[in-house]
Design a protein. Structure first.
Lengths: 289, 295
């Protein structure tokens, strides 16, 4: 019969110790953040009401709600998506369906990694240099959204490419054997089988776009505007910048107000993320191959 | 029979369109470099004293006798990023090992989702947390006069960078073939021996890349360091000193400059520096990663 020797027992003990150690590190990573989020909910929660969401700020932003910032964020996100989703999906289609494994493709991949790694404030400088000045859009929703679109492009590309590559090669081969062109195969077979994965990426991009601050500071977002934007050439307020402004620039803001804004912003972002993740898990359950 | 019917032409057209989309990534990265350089180059060539830029701590772009010493800003960024890495690297790699190698089933899925959600918290919210929660906490705990300092920003940035590093590191561990683990287990190795002697050496490059990308992220972070460092020009001698970061300087000052002025140019010069350094970091991470996949 097998019996644990002293050496076995020692390694079991070590094993348990090591596992506990790693668990502790994971907890140390997750728990402080959860505590902080809890604190945001406790301190920001009382500020939130329908009135808070649907009235503009008053008294030099020391009272009132967040309506123009909320609407402004929606504008920025929608315009940014209109620009980045077509480009991002096209790029992902190229990389997944067309690109040969050559120098150009490697360069494209490297460029995408770099696009994601460039500091957000450098994206802002680019937005100022390119969209505000060179293309003469001025500080406007259009300039800010295009800056955001380029910054979040890698999110769409990576998510879309992943869901395209998850479609089995045999599906495409079956379609090509019927005499279909590449595009017919993509449109009738590849896209329908990956559209939900692409949507997941788009939702993820929405949440990234909504939370960004630095890229819109000088390209189109204003600290305070007494009116709502009417077109893409207007400036706008935005939730993220609003949080920065009332927590650092405006004197005598009652404590609950920035906590309320932070809570609304983070709820928007996290809910959208949770939807995206939930969607992904649900889809994985549906997969038949 | 001519094969060039409508479907053929559509196919060609789509292929061209998709190709344009494909190279857009390159176009945008080059565009960023060109436009940031275009706005900053005049200043760098005509006004900037490169030696002063890297050795002087006097960043006084608005004084009547302006000086553009970025040393304090570079040191500020480096100190905050360094502390952030001290906080996040052990936590992130530890969490990656736990999630990837120890956790099973539902726990594992739940932890992965949680880490992903943590990575999604916007930087301005992190900055606000530093400002309104961490700062009073630091003042209370350490009995120091100012709560906005290297410690505050470093911890905030560490918590921010850790989830992303965890995700990438976990991917790197996952990429190690199961055959390696099975072979080690068949030799009687315990779980920990498998991880320490087999999985980590095999996934080393991926782990290094994860850390590098974390450094890049910390280096380029803007809003959180703007709000949590205290934003005062200073060479820190302790974690309780306030500093100012490169990114934060651009964010705080660009709004007050007039187009084409030296001050405006100097901020774009900082941008060129930031772009170059993050480019090198990302390139290195990519080279390191590629070495794994090649093998």
């Amino acid at each position: 019969m097998f019996e644990a020797t002293a050496l076995n027992r020692k390694s079991y003990r070590n094993e348990a110790l090591v596992k506990a150690g790693f668990l502790l590190m994971t907890i140390a990573l997750v728990v402080p953040v959860l505590l902080v989020l809890g604190l945001l909910v406790i301190r920001g929660g009382p500020a939130i009401s329908w009135e808070f969401l649907f009235t503009p700020p008053v008294n030099g932003m020391t009272a009132g709600g967040v309506l123009p910032a909320l609407i402004g964020t929606v504008w920025l996100v929608v315009v940014a998506l209109l620009a980045s989703v077509p480009i991002g999906v096209a790029a992902a289609l190229y990389l997944s369906e067309y690109a040969p494994d050559n120098f150009l493709t490697r360069t494209i991949n490297l460029a995408i990694i770099n696009l994601a790694g460039v500091p957000s404030i450098v994206h802002a400088l680019f937005g100022v240099g390119a969209f505000v000045l060179f293309f003469r859009f001025g500080t406007s929703i259009l300039a800010a959204s295009l800056t955001l679109a380029i910054m979040t492009l890698p999110v769409v590309i990576v998510a879309t490419r992943e869901s395209l590559q998850a479609v089995p090669m045999a599906f495409r081969e079956a379609c090509w054997n019927m005499g279909a062109t590449r595009w017919q195969t993509i449109r009738k077979v590849v896209l329908p089988n990956s559209i939900s994965g692409i949507l997941t990426g788009v939702i993820l991009e929405v949440s990234r776009t909504a939370g960004e601050t630095a890229p819109i500071m000088f390209t189109g977002a204003a600290t305070f505007l007494p009116f709502l934007p009417q077109s893409v050439f207007d400036q706008t307020m935005a939730m993220s910048l609003h949080l920065y402004v009332i927590s650092t620039q405006v004197p005598n803001v009652p404590d609950h107000l920035p906590f309320g804004v932070a809570l609304v912003l983070i709820s928007m972002v996290l809910i959208m993320n949770a939807v995206s993740i939930g969607f992904r898990v649900y889809l994985r359950g549906l997969k038949k191959w | 029979m001519d094969q060039r019917d409508r479907a053929w032409w559509t196919d060609r057209l789509v292929q061209a369109l998709v190709f344009i989309g494909g190279i857009s990534g390159i176009v945008f990265v080059v565009g960023i470099f060109v436009f940031v350089t275009k706005e900053g180059l005049g200043f760098v060539l005509n006004t900037l004293d490169i030696k002063e830029f890297f050795t002087s701590i006097a960043w006084r772009p608005t004084s009547s006798n302006p000086t553009y010493g970025a040393l304090a800003l570079i040191v500020g960024t480096a100190s905050v990023t360094g502390l952030a890495m001290l906080v996040s690297v052990p936590l992130a790699l530890g969490a990656a090992v736990y999630i990837g190698e120890f956790a099973k089933g539902k726990t594992r899925e739940a932890l992965k989702v949680l880490v992903e959600l943590l990575a999604a918290i916007p930087s301005v919210v992190w900055g606000f947390i530093g400002l309104s929660i961490m700062s009073p906490l630091i003042i209370d705990l350490f009995d120091v006069p100012v709560g906005l300092n290297v410690l505050n920003a470093g911890v905030i940035l560490g918590l921010m960078a850790a989830p992303i590093m965890t995700t990438i590191a976990e991917d790197a561990l996952k990429a190690v073939p199961d055959g390696y683990r099975e072979a080690a287990e068949a030799l009687g190795a315990t779980r920990w021996e498998v991880i320490w002697k087999v999985v980590i050496p095999a996934g080393k490059n991926g782990l290094v890349a994860a850390v590098l990308l974390g450094v890049g992220r910390g280096f380029g972070e803007t809003m959180a360091v703007l709000m949590a460092t205290g934003h005062s020009i200073n060479i820190p001698t302790s974690p309780f000193d306030s500093v100012r970061a490169l990114t934060a300087t651009i964010a705080a000052e660009l709004g007050d400059t007039s187009y084409g002025s030296d001050h405006y140019g100097s901020l774009f010069a900082l941008g060129i520096l930031l772009f170059t350094v993050t480019f090198i970091i990302n390139l290195t991470a990519d080279v390191v990663l590629r070495r794994t996949t090649r093998r």
